[in-house]
Design a protein around this ligand. Structure first.
Ligand code: SF4
Ligand code: SF4
Length: 188
């Protein structure tokens, strides 16, 4: 029993330390005041709210967090970071949890969010910047959410194209090699 509890302690601190190292945020400074949760515009839709996510990291609750919808619903607005008395920003923490979940083989619970995430990341990987037209095409292929796309995104997209707010043909940035090197290092 003694050996079991010491193993548990090692495992929990290992998970929290990994999240801290990869995100660059000191997750141990959180004292659960919940100011981040109160200010988060998406907290109402998350299965675990921002302050809960921090507490679960401290407690080493790896599996429920890597299966959670919260990291996939976070929009990276940084409202939490500006409110936190300890200067903790949840956005990089949520990004870290997303990539840890993918590396561990968990299927993202929010499939359309993941489809948009992949299309966005791939667009920057190919062109060095987002090209909305090809990104939307990849999103359509990945999400297969044809009806809502026809009803919402395409109408807006066509209007933007006609008004020349988004380019039809993609443009590549000059330092594309450096962007690709970043992707290679981060294994995205
Ligand atoms: S605002 Fe900061 S200290 Fe308070 S619960 Fe959120 S992360 Fe923790
Ligand atoms: S960055 Fe994410 S967790 Fe923080 S307030 Fe915005 S949506 Fe919520």
């Amino acid at each position: 029993m003694k050996a079991q509890s010491s193993n548990f302690k090692l495992q929990t601190s290992g998970f929290a330390l990994e999240v801290q190292r990869r995100s660059g945020e000191n997750v141990f400074r959180c004292y659960y005041c919940q100011k981040c949760t109160v200010g988060c515009p998406i907290a109402y839709a998350m299965d675990y709210q921002p302050a809960q996510v921090l507490k679960m990291i401290q407690l080493g609750m790896r599996e429920p967090l890597l299966k959670s919808s919260a990291p996939w619903l976070c929009v990276g607005c940084e409202a939490c970071g500006t409110r936190c008395p300890n200067g903790i920003s949840l956005a990089p923490v949520m990004d870290t949890l997303k990539y840890m979940a993918l590396e561990a083989g968990y299927t993202p619970p929010e499939t359309t969010v993941y489809a948009l995430h992949r299309a966005f990341v791939n667009s920057i990987k190919i062109f060095g910047r987002v090209h909305e037209t090809t990104m939307l095409a990849e999103y359509v292929l990945r999400s297969r959410d044809i009806f809502s796309i026809i009803l919402s995104n395409y109408g807006v997209g066509i209007t933007l194209l006609l008004k020349r707010k988004i380019p039809i043909l993609p443009e590549r940035v000059k330092a594309l090699g450096q962007v690709k090197e970043l992707y290679r290092k981060s294994k995205l």
